[in-house]
Ligand binder design. Structure first.
Ligand code: MG
Length: 209
């Protein structure tokens, strides 16, 4: 998945819970499949082993099952598509996700089906996987490589990687990133008002381009 782009402005965008909802539909599936009773509001920690009280290897396994077999339950985050279509007029958009290589086919299919011709390239960093640890990539390294000046990502806890970079981390507000954000991270919108995150992201990008 790669198209030719010549825009000098490059914007990087995370996949899960930025353009497609993951945590909410995953919780709904997990409740039925594994007998839990987790609501969206309960997901107050980025570390899902603490939310579900299970081992990391188990949560990774279940996320992989959900993301490969039940991905049709993952809907587009309100405002994401409209904003990306607008940004695409003057910027190259790259998707950078912690998903592992084995999820590339399904991830590409989701983008092809619901967001065709939006992203120049999909980058998978192998950040959340029990496999391929030796192939784990840094999101900020990819941002530098492609010339992105901003990354939109619901994970603010990677800010240390960004400290000495020229890449700004914009974080859409979510229940799992309510702790005080590390210095340098910019919070966008309110998770209680769906769509406001993308409105704030657009305002910030318009002010800084
Ligand atoms: Mg994410």
């Amino acid at each position: 998945m790669q198209t030719q782009e010549t825009n000098p402005i490059v914007i990087a965008v995370d996949f899960d819970d930025v353009v497609f909802h993951l945590n909410e539909p995953f919780a709904q599936w997990h409740n039925v499949r594994h007998g839990t009773n987790i609501t969206y509001n309960d997901i107050t920690n980025f570390d899902l082993t603490l939310v579900y009280n299970i081992e990391l290897s188990t949560i990774i396994e279940r996320l992989d099952v959900f993301r490969t077999q039940h991905w049709q339950n993952m809907t587009i985050v309100p405002g994401a598509l409209e904003t990306l279509v607008y940004l695409k007029k003057f910027a190259s958009l790259h998707n950078i996700t912690a998903r592992c290589e084995s999820l590339r086919p399904v991830t590409e299919e989701m983008l092809r089906t619901h967001m065709p011709n939006i992203f120049t390239k999909l980058h998978l960093t192998n950040g959340v996987t029990s496999l391929n640890h030796n192939k784990k990539l840094s999101k900020v390294d990819i941002c530098n490589e492609i010339g992105a000046f901003v990354l939109i990502d619901d994970n603010p806890y990677q800010i240390n990687d960004f400290t000495n970079s020229n890449v700004t981390l914009l974080v859409p507000d979510r229940p799992w990133n309510q702790a005080q954000l590390p210095e340098g991270v910019i919070r966008c919108g309110s998770w209680k008002n769906p769509g406001t995150d993308w409105q704030d992201i657009l305002k910030w990008i318009n002010r800084n381009t």
